[in-house]
Each structure stands twice: as C-alpha cells, then as structure tokens.
Write a protein that binds this ligand. Structure first.
Ligand code: GDP
Length: 361
C-alpha cells in the first residue's frame, strides 16, 4: 500500500460500534442513559465523549465502571462507541458495506415480560447479520422482594438478595434462556459461558439501579476483543468510510449529514461521495463538526469545527449539494482512488441496501 511505501502502515485498532436492540419499553434508552450517566459521574470529567449520534466510552472508563471485572491490560481495543438511537429499525437501516454498521449489540429483554415480537425481530436481524451480542435480562429490580444495589456487578447484587428473590429471578432467567433456545440460540448465564462463539451470554441487569451494568460492559469488551479484533484493525489514515445517520439543516452551514465513520479518516479539505435518492453526490467538505466538550457549551455554538476525524466516530459533515442525501446511505472519502471508482462503490452499496429493504418488506 501507499502507507507501506511511505515507511510503515498507520494500522490501528478502532473502537467497536455498539447497538442496543430490544422490544419497546424493555429498557434500551434507560440502559444507554445509565452507561452514559455512570461514565460521566464515575470517570473524571471528559472521560466519555459525546459524538454526533453516538457516545464513546474509553477502555479506562469501562474498566473503572466494571471494577474488578475488567483489567485494562487484558485489552487493546480502545473502548466502545454506543450508537445513541436504540432499536432495531436504526440497526437494520444503518449498514456498512452491506453488513451491519454496528459491530456488536446488546439485546435488552425485560426479565418479567420475556420475549415479545420486537425481541424476535431483533434476534432475526442479529442472526442474519451475524452480529455478536449479549442479552441484558433487564429490570431485575422489579422482581418481588428485590433488594436494589446501586451500580454493582451482578454477583455482588445476588449475594445481597433473599433466597426467595434470587429463586424468582433464576426462574425468569431460565425461561429466557429457554426462549433463546427455541429461537436456535444456545444461551446461558454469562459467567457459565466458555465459548461465546457458540453461546450467547445472558447478563441480569437493572438499567434503573445499574446493577449488572458493569457485567454488560465487561462482556462487550471481552466479545469485541475475542471476535472483532481482526475486523477492528484499520488503516486510520486511509480514506474515511461511514454511514449517514441523518440529513438536516445546520444553521450557518446549510444542509449537513450526521455520519458514523467506521473506517479511515475524513479531513476538512476532502472530497466525499454520498449516497442519495438520485445519483451519488460528489462534493467538497465545507466543515467537519463535533459537539463541544460539556465544559465549553456556554459559547455560541454547540459544535466546533475540526480538521480531521478518524474512525470510529460520529460527526456532522457540512458540504454543498447534500439535500438529496439519504439516511442509511454510504459516505466515502475520495483520496487515492479515482473518483469514478468511489462513485461506483457507493452505487453498489446503495443497490445492496435497496435489495435488503425489499426483503424486509
Ligand atoms: P425502551 O423503549 O426500550 O427504550 O425503554 P425505556 O428505556 O424507555 O424504558 C421503558 C420504561 O421502563 C421506563 O419507564 C423506564 O424508566 C423503565 N425501566 C427501564 N429499565 C428499567 C429497569 O431496569 N428497572 C425498572 N424498574 N424500570 C426500568
């Protein structure tokens, strides 16, 4: 490659992109809020970064939240990037090169309510996209007689429960494991799973009290490290590739696209190709925008302009001619390749998405 010729590749491991799926009201939003909230309060300020459409939780913060469960020395992936919009609709419309945009997922299931239609839909999508996932058996704090424990690993919480509460929870959990098995996913309590390639780990959680949340983060880190490491190795200096989350007007900049970048780097002087309702858009970046750190939010704009953004990240790209850009469409930077090739690649990806949309009815 060019980078080789220049004296060494800029290969590095990017952050895995995490999606949260599950039936409505089972606790997806609350779980995301909990992860963000505890990362803000537990970590030193600024440890987590708010991206456009996503939240980055660095490894040090995961390990702080997970306490004894995670030794940062065991991991070399930089952390986790959570997509802020939960639900399988966003999961299935957000794609990267025909696959799922998210590298890994949390399937949230209300432990009392069990499998519901959208749980089954989510499972089908996870199966089809071959996305590794962990099941958060949520709302354990609503088990009769539960003695809530704030933000602790699940084992610690178990130890604080009466035999009766524990037995009720176990009964619900085994029912859930049975339902997973009925849908051809062999599953078990996560601490019993030896091989996560063949078995889905179930983590009892409460998104409300935070118990079990350290375990969810631990399993996500572990799964990523074990099964995604090759996929996470990217040429950071390579041309950026991402997916459009949203197209909207950005005051002072005209139409802009919110993008999750999963490969390479986009720079403020790049030419980009964006999937659109008509022919792909070829345009020059006008500005790259990211949210300002919380401490600086008093200033005029919520966003600051940056010179470059590298994967994995969420960002806003302002450029002329973006009006016909489509949510879910690919974005590619034109750098070492002829622009016609990049346009063709974007067209191909769009065609692949079109086929999938029809299949899903
Ligand atoms: P979503 O539709 O999956 O995003 O579900 P939400 O996160 O909006 O949660 C639906 C309702 O369940 C809200 O009223 C939450 O406060 C509540 N909820 C979510 N997780 C828990 C939990 O672990 N325990 C309890 N007691 N309530 C929860």
């Amino acid at each position: 490659t060019n980078a080789d010729a220049a004296g060494g590749t800029a290969e590095s491991l990017r952050t895995p992109i995490v999606a949260v799926l599950g039936h409505v009201d089972h606790g997806k939003t609350t779980l995301l809020d909990k992860i963000r909230g505890s990362a803000v309060t537990d970590g030193e300020a600024g440890a987590i970064t708010q991206h456009i459409g996503a939240t980055a939780v660095p490894l040090e913060t995961v390990s702080e939240l997970a306490g004894s469960l995670v030794d940062p020395d065991d991991f070399d992936l930089p952390g986790l990037l959570f997509i802020d919009t939960p639900g399988h609709h966003s999961f299935s419309t957000l794609r990267s090169r025909g696959g799922a945009l998210a590298d890994i997922a949390i399937l949230v299931v209300d432990v009392n309510d069990g499998f519901q239609p959208q749980t089954i839909e989510a499972l089908d999508i996870l199966r089809r996209t071959e996305t590794p996932f962990v099941v958060a058996a949520n709302k354990i704090d609503t088990v009769p007689g539960w003695n809530p424990q704030s933000d602790v690993p699940i084992q610690e919480s178990y130890d604080a429960q009466s035999d009766r509460a524990r037995a009720t929870l176990d009964e619900n959990l085994y029912e859930l494991i049975g339902e997973l098995s009925d849908h051809d996913f062999s599953a078990d309590m996560y601490w019993r799973v030896q091989n996560f390639a063949n078995n889905v780990g179930v983590v009892p959680t409460s998104a409300e009290t935070g118990e079990g949340v350290p375990d969810v983060l631990t399993v996500l880190m572990g799964l990523s490290q074990r099964y995604l490491k090759d996929a996470m190795a990217i040429d950071v200096d390579g041309p950026g590739a991402g997916t459009v989350l949203e197209v909207k007007d950005q005051k002072g900049f005209g139409t802009a696209i919110d993008v999750v970048l999963y490969d390479g780097t986009v720079r403020s002087d790049d030419t980009i190709v964006v999937g659109a309702s008509g022919d792909p858009i070829v345009t020059d970046v006008r500005a790259l925008l990211q949210p300002r750190p919380l401490a600086e939010i008093r200033t005029e704009s919520r966003f600051e302009q940056v010179d470059a953004v590298s994967a994995a990240a969420g960002l806003k790209i302002a450029a002329p001619e973006l009006d016909s850009a489509m949510a879910g469409a690919p974005v590619r930077v034109v750098r070492d390749q002829p622009r016609e090739e990049v346009v063709a690649a974007v067209e191909e990806e769009l065609a692949a998405i079109g086929v999938t949309t029809q299949e899903e009815g």
